[in-house]
Design a protein around this ligand. Structure first.
Ligand SMILES: [Fe+2]
Length: 265
């Protein structure tokens, strides 16, 4: 068993200076081998500075994926370039998709992809709900229609699904326990059962069906491996068993109150 410091959706751009200092202090004192950050750290203009503040406070390696909000005010391409450059400058801060399989301890591997809400659940073209992604992320703003934006989101999700498939196979060779960090919950079952977010209209905006399909198939084909998915995005805490060896935990978070938990993997 290994302890990880898990934080998701801290949205440091929404935190008061007091809330931010409390969060950084919690990172300093919470035990754990490494920080696992499942996205929505901040917004694009301050993302790398906020990641550095997290790493400075935790004084342990930081492994992160990007959430949709992390791209707000920029393009996906520019944000990816920025976090790759940050990893070269500060090797203890790694964006998970390119870094590959992280061996946390004997038999325990960490992998991750960002994950995008891909409209594979629910009806993406008729839901009356919208995320700000459509007006704040450059690649989506540039699209002429809702259908075109959906194609971009599906391409991103499919690329992440292909990457997680590769990483799962590689991780399985070196570990029986695999932690998967991803921003958007891959399973409908991980959405809240009650309240506004349980409405079917939210499903296309809150799940990544592409990564979910890969994770489900991998777990079914590897019954001796145990997979735990750590996700965020909904801010509504859930902990569900998808299969006997596949668990999904979604972090509960409030805007303005970033928090960290010690997660036993
Ligand atoms: Fe969030």
């Amino acid at each position: 068993m290994a302890e990880l410091l898990w934080t998701t959706d801290p949205h440091l751009d929404h935190a008061s200076s007091t809330a931010r200092e409390d969060f950084l202090a919690a990172l300093r004192r919470t035990p754990g081998l490494a920080v696992v950050l499942s996205g929505d750290t901040s917004t694009a203009s301050r993302l790398t500075a906020d990641l550095e503040a997290i790493a400075d406070a935790a004084a342990r390696p930081v492994y992160h994926v990007l959430g949709n909000h992390d791209h707000y005010g920029a393009t996906i391409g520019a944000v990816r370039d920025a976090v790759v450059a940050l990893a070269q400058r500060r090797p203890e801060i790694q964006w998970l998709p390119p870094v590959g399989v992280v061996s946390l301890e004997e038999g325990l591997a960490l992998i991750g992809v960002d994950g995008w809400a891909d409209g594979r659940h629910g009806d993406a073209l008729t839901t009356p709900l919208r995320l700000n992604d459509d007006r704040l992320i450059g690649e989506l703003v540039a699209q002429p229609s809702r259908a075109a934006r959906l194609r971009i989101k599906r391409s991103l999700a499919d690329a992440d699904a292909a990457r997680i498939s590769t990483l799962l196979e590689r991780a399985a060779r070196v570990a029986r326990r695999i932690v998967v960090a991803t921003h958007v919950p891959p399973f409908l079952e991980a959405l809240p059962r009650s309240g506004p977010l349980s409405r079917p209209a939210w499903q296309p905006l809150l799940t990544c069906g592409a990564t979910g399909g890969v994770l489900r198939a991998f777990a079914a084909n590897h019954p001796d491996h145990r997979i735990v998915v750590l996700a965020g995005h909904t801010h509504a805490g859930t902990d569900v068993s998808i299969l006997a060896n596949l668990r999904c935990v979604v972090g509960g978070t409030r805007y303005g109150s970033p928090s960290v938990v010690s997660f036993t993997a």
